[in-house]
Ligand binder design. Structure first.
Ligand code: ATP
Length: 464
């Protein structure tokens, strides 16, 4: 790879990691050479090298490979022997402490430099942008609110409170806001940190008798984002300090964005005055994903995998299968896809249904839906307006037989029950009867629009 080509990679990295991250971490890298799949860079300090390696190593390798170069590893060497103590790059002054606690992200390091020991920085995840966030019904409101805040205009709702279950994209949205704000409004001092980091900094400031600095620092930010605020529940003095910080910022009309795993009112051991403060702005939740959103996310993430494994063939229907079967959370979905591609590349096979089931057996088992046969039978009989006993019973009237077959089909699709087990739930029918029913519905689904529509509606109701 030539210096010129590295220059082009840098342009792409600028887009991917955002201007601040780029200036602080990528720009100081001096590309030296690429040999035997190892790209070597010179860095001003070993600290910067380690930091970039941990946080941007993958994205650099990925973007270099995207130009067609064979880059399997990136290596950082200190340019002139041991690290020079000064001058440090701006971002390094705001770098993570060595205590293993990742610190908050500071997007205007220069403004916070004098108090760097209290506010060390960690990077935003460069992949968590609005571009890579797939929007669907369950998250559209949260996404719209996040977009609005990211415009950096006048503060209209304060705080923005995002909540939702594990792995549904809260952190992704918060990072996306920070990326967007730092590129639209580089003048703003945007601070992102987890509630745990807030507590850690607070305790550290108390211990080092630097509370004045701490207060001044947090009150000087323009946009404060605190992730997983439920963490401070039950921690009295941290709550107290958080409350004061919060009020001071709101009084100055500074934007606050908070995330949690549940609504403010439902966070146990959180003081009422904080709960009510948190409810003052806009409270939006990220709903559990639905099938369409999961499929959309898989389709977007598969592109990333394809770039890494361009030769792999993905059979039709595999993504749909995964979107159906893994309904826990997006992190699990993403992990499954990564694992599937890595496995397929290792064994050099096409990604088929069979390979997917082999490779992801444990994930599929763990995320088996909790939909029961009884539930399906009940919903289907309600849908077709027949009695449950008629659906399960022996009557062969078409009015009962068709819904019965629909229910059998859904049991096969949405539960992990075997055909004989399903048969037992349908008045002790033989497994061949169930198989026949399932096949019949499969055929009808392709020919009869009404049946296809019924199935879709029932599936949605059952998965909701
Ligand atoms: N709508 C989406 N589009 C694309 N990726 C998504 C979406 N929702 C979640 N993800 C991805 O799923 C993973 C988990 O998301 P994230 O870390 O934001 O979840 P979280 O809600 O903060 O979870 P936790 O409660 O565990 O902190 C991330 O890799 C994220 O990029």
């Amino acid at each position: 790879m030539t210096q010129e080509q590295w220059g082009q990679v840098q342009q792409t990295l600028l887009q991917t990691v955002g201007r601040n991250n780029f200036k602080n971490w990528i720009e100081p890298l001096q590309f030296d050479n690429l040999s035997d799949g190892v790209a070597t860079f010179h860095v001003p300090t070993s600290f910067l090298g380690n930091y970039v390696s941990q946080n941007f190593g993958d994205v650099i390798r990925y973007q270099m490979s995207a130009t067609g170069a064979d880059v399997r590893r990136v290596r950082f060497e200190v340019a002139d022997g041991p690290a020079k103590p000064s001058p440090k790059p701006a971002a390094e002054r705001a770098a993570p402490a060595t205590n293993g606690q990742a610190g908050p992200v500071v997007h205007s390091p220069a403004r916070t430099a004098p108090r760097d020991d209290l506010l060390p920085a960690a990077p935003l995840d460069p992949r968590f942008t609005f571009d890579s966030f797939v929007v669907g019904k369950p998250n559209e409101l949260a996404h719209a609110a996040a977009r609005r805040v990211a415009e950096g205009g006048a503060v209209t709702f304060n705080p923005l409170f995002l909540y939702g279950g594990v792995g549904l994209g809260k952190t992704h949205l918060m990072h996306a806001i920070a990326h967007e704000l730092s590129s639209r409004r580089p003048d703003l001092n945007v601070v992102y940190l987890s509630a745990e980091q807030f507590m850690y900094r607070f305790v550290q400031a108390l211990r080092d008798r630097k509370m004045m600095d701490f207060k001044e620092l947090f009150r000087s930010v323009d946009v404060l984002m605190v992730d997983d605020v439920q963490f401070i529940a039950g921690k009295e003095s941290t709550q107290e300090e958080f409350f004061h910080t919060f009020n001071a910022l709101v009084d100055q009309n500074r934007q606050i964005i908070i995330s949690a795993d549940r609504a403010p009112g439902e966070i146990k051991d959180l003081e009422d005055r904080i709960k009510s403060r948190l409810q003052c702005g806009l409270v939006v939740d990220l709903h559990p994903t639905d099938y369409e959103l999961r499929l959309g996310i898989l389709q977007s993430k598969v592109e990333i995998q394809r770039a890494q494994y361009p030769d792999l063939v993905l059979a039709d229907g595999v993504l749909e299968f995964l979107a159906h079967r893994i309904s826990t959370n997006v992190r699990v979905l993403e992990g499954a896809l990564t694992r599937l591609f890595a496995f397929a590349s290792l064994v050099g096979r096409e990604i088929t249904h069979e390979l997917t089931q082999d490779c992801l057996a444990d994930v599929l088992r763990a995320s088996e839906r909790k939909i029961t046969v009884e539930e399906i039978q009940r919903k289907v009989s309600e849908h077709y307006n027949i009695r449950l006993s008629d659906m399960i019973g022996p009557k062969r009237l078409r009015n009962f037989a068709r819904p019965r077959q629909v229910a059998m089909y859904l049991c096969k699709q949405l539960t992990s029950r075997s055909l004989p087990e399903i048969g037992r739930h349908f008045g002790g029918r033989d497994h061949t009867t169930i198989m026949h029913g399932v096949r019949r519905i499969e055929e009808l689904r392709a020919q009869d629009g009404q049946i296809a529509e019924d199935l879709e509606l029932l599936r949605r109701t059952l998965e909701a």
